[in-house]
Ligand binder design. Structure first.
Ligand code: K7E
Ligand code: CUA
Length: 675
């Protein structure tokens, strides 16, 4: 059976692949038990038991849901601009999206890793990956903000990312696309085999601050890395990666990357790699990549370009990298809670192979190799195999684990989840998903101590599940009860953009440390205005700085005159509130960026370049009080060369009074003209 597909002619293989798109399970409106409603009902005013962090795929964002209710709690911008709060539009946040290719306002966010200590969730950070412009982001779980983004050089698609080691020592990313790297990059595409290379990046995470920096990269043969997981317990020092296109095809991969019977799981001993790096076995390559950090005190991001990266070549570092053969184009690569079993999910394979870490170590010690691939030893399949789950279904993609020794594998083609026992590989249950499941997530599934209880399926196709909304329907999540022997469907809920992976943790790990306000006295923003009396407008050449405050229900100043066409006006808004959940927003007519949303105690800046004379109203965009609608003001813009003096006020009828009419210097406007 293993070589079944290989024996097929190209044409019939293509037919099979085309038909792998999805089959819909029958009885899509499957009866849900009457208990289901009760199981997911979270009464108004009550909290959910879990936070669920769901990747947004092509929207470049992360969304936060409550489980079991499926309520959407928040969308967190990470790799994409977010006009809703000004992320990527405000002067403070633009640097977060800087890269070696300049400002990149979008990415494709697939995976989520919640930080762990001793293999258990610690509720500190969530890491996510940008696939398209290879990047890794770190969000803080106290403030739910993107705090750091690091670009990965020598990568061409950061898909197999961001996976972590047991104590979050490293967050790891490997490239989906191999490409030529180094000096010689302008080569014919059909020289793939000679010139294309892959890399795996090990990004060190500071245990206290969470700060990331690339410790080293490992150069690999030019294959495609799909997914990865770190080891646990006895396999703590190792990292495992699924690889496809070991054929190293460069065209029509649909067929040409499916030719071989087996691809690989790559095993890297990262402890060894660390030692090699320390011993000077690596080489510093000239590169350029951005490291962007958001500072909570200045409420401002900075971007630094780094020019060098340490690269380890397995040729100089024996005993660091091994391949385990894995049937056909594996997608998921998942490690069970004990750290002993590694599951490879071959999308086109008829069985799910489960590898044994103990056997892998023995095979390495005994040099039980079937050969080498690009100089890297390939272990014998039978020597490292724990066993295969037979006839699991069609199109296995991803596997997660519960606390009772069971595994759950998503089946894209047959649209189902299969539950099986890790020890004896026996299939125990299967349930349909609606439709074409990608990832699945068991509560605590990737940790050493899964919580079990619930599992969520993230489906690619929704079809008839919701009211139609034009050609595209929202992707969908489905919640299952897995506390008993049989998996039970409880709930459907639509997701924001395309969910790939998601990870949930108990709300109790986060709720208590949630940031409610920023203390105004700790605000170190250079343009902060810490009291209304300090509000002012200054001019330096054609740069105008507006130091503005917001508090219910007025902006100070709210009348500004003396700005001219061609000026660059920076509105630095400080929200003086010291109350939870009272942001103010700011928008000005004809601004061609977005609004900014300012949290209590925070300062954010909107840049504005008026292009014609007139009166430009500005206002608070967030309904903050009964008099929110009155929270507004006016900017007067005069023609180039006008001599209307700079003036500002709040609570005066006419800041420039007679000056407005005569063009003369104002006498008493209540406003201090700027320097
Ligand atoms: Cu969607 Cu994790 Cu990018 Cu599988 S990957 S589905
Ligand atoms: Cu402030 Cu509305």
């Amino acid at each position: 059976m293993k070589s079944y597909l290989v024996l097929l002619s190209c044409a019939s293989l293509t037919f099979i692949l085309l038909s792998m798109q999805s089959c819909q399970p029958k009885g899509a409106s499957a009866a849900v038990s009457s208990e289901a409603a009760k199981a997911v009902y979270v009464p108004p005013g009550k909290y959910d038991e879990y936070y669920d962090f769901v990747s947004g795929g092509f929207n470049g964002q992360l969304s936060v849901y409550g489980l079991p209710s499926g309520r959407l709690l928040k969308i967190l911008p990470v790799f994409s601009v977010f006009p809703e709060n000004g992320y990527g539009y405000s002067e403070e946040t633009k640097a977060m999206l800087n890269s070696s290719h300049g400002f990149v306002p979008w990415d494709d966010l697939h995976h989520v890793s919640l930080s762990t200590t001793n293999g258990e969730h610690d509720g500190r950070w969530v890491f996510t990956n940008g696939v398209n412009t290879p990047r890794i982001a770190r969000l803080d779980l106290a403030n739910f903000k993107t705090m750091e983004i690091i670009e990965l050089p020598n990568s061409a698609g950061n898909h197999s990312s961001p996976y972590i080691t047991e104590n979050t020592e490293y967050v790891v990313g490997s490239t989906r696309f191999s490409v030529p790297i180094g000096d010689k990059v302008d080569v014919p595409i059909n020289t793939y085999k000679q010139n294309f290379k892959g890399t795996v990046s090990f990004v060190k995470v500071d245990p206290n601050s969470g700060r990331m920096n690339i410790a080293f990269q490992i150069l690999t043969p030019g294959i495609d890395f799909d997914l990865a997981r770190g080891g646990k317990n006895k396999s703590h020092d190792w990292f495992f990666f699924s690889c496809y296109n070991s054929e190293r095809a460069n065209t029509l991969l649909e067929v040409n990357a499916s030719a071989k019977d087996k691809d690989f799981i790559m095993a890297i001993n990262w402890k060894k790699a660390e030692e090699y790096a320390k011993a000077g076995k690596g080489k510093n390559w000239p590169v350029s990549y951005a490291h962007n950090i958001y500072d909570e005190k200045t409420h401002t991001a900075t971007s630094t370009m780094i020019k060098e990266v340490l690269v380890l070549d397995p040729k100089d570092c024996p005993d660091m990298v091994y391949f385990m053969p894995c049937p056909k184009s594996p997608h998921g690569c998942d490690v069970d809670p004990s750290g002993e079993y590694i599951v490879g999910s071959g999308k086109l394979a008829a069985a799910i192979p489960v590898f044994s870490f103990t056997k892998m170590e023995q095979a390495i010690a005994a040099k039980n190799f079937e050969g080498t691939f690009e100089g890297i030893p390939v272990l014998k399949y039978d020597a490292v195999l724990h066993g295969e789950v037979q006839k699991p279904g069609l199109g296995p993609l991803h596997t997660e684990f519960d606390e009772k020794g069971n595994a759950y594998t998503s089946m894209f083609v047959s649209s189902e989840i299969v539950k099986w026992r890790v020890k004896d590989l026996k299939i125990l249950d299967r349930v349909p998903t609606y439709y074409s499941i990608g990832h699945l997530s068991v509560m605590g599934g990737p940790t050493k101590k899964p919580y079990g209880k619930y599992m969520v399926a993230y489906n690619k196709i929704t079809k008839d599940r919701y009211l139609p909304t034009g050609p595209e329907l929202a992707q969908s999540a489905q919640l299952y009860d897995i506390s008993g022997d049989k998996m039970k469907l409880l709930l459907d809920f639509p997701t924001v953009a395309e969910p790939h992976y998601a990870e949930a943790l108990p709300a109790s790990l986060i709720v208590k440390k949630n940031v409610k306000i920023y203390k105004i006295e700790e605000n170190a923003h250079p343009y902060a205005t810490k009291g209304e009396g300090l509000a002012k407008v200054t001019r330096n050449g054609n740069i105008v700085h507006v130091y503005m405050t917001a508090i219910r229900s007025h902006l100070t100043p709210d009348n500004i005159e003396g700005v001219k066409v061609g000026d660059s006006v920076y509105f630095h808004l400080t929200n003086l509130e010291q109350d939870w959940d009272v942001p103010h927003g700011f928008a000005i007519k004809h601004a061609n960026n977005a609004e900014i949303l300012i949290m209590p105690g925070e300062t954010q800046t909107l840049a504005f370049k008026p292009d014609r004379p007139g009166i430009y109203p500005f206002y608070c965009t967030d309904f903050c009080s009964a008099l929110h609608q009155e929270m507004q003001g006016y900017l007067r813009v005069s023609p180039v060369g006008s001599n209307v003096p700079l003036a500002f006020s709040t609570g005066k009828k006419n800041p420039s009074d007679s000056a407005a009419a005569s063009g003369a210097k104002p006498t008493d406007t209540g406003a201090k003209p700027s320097r």
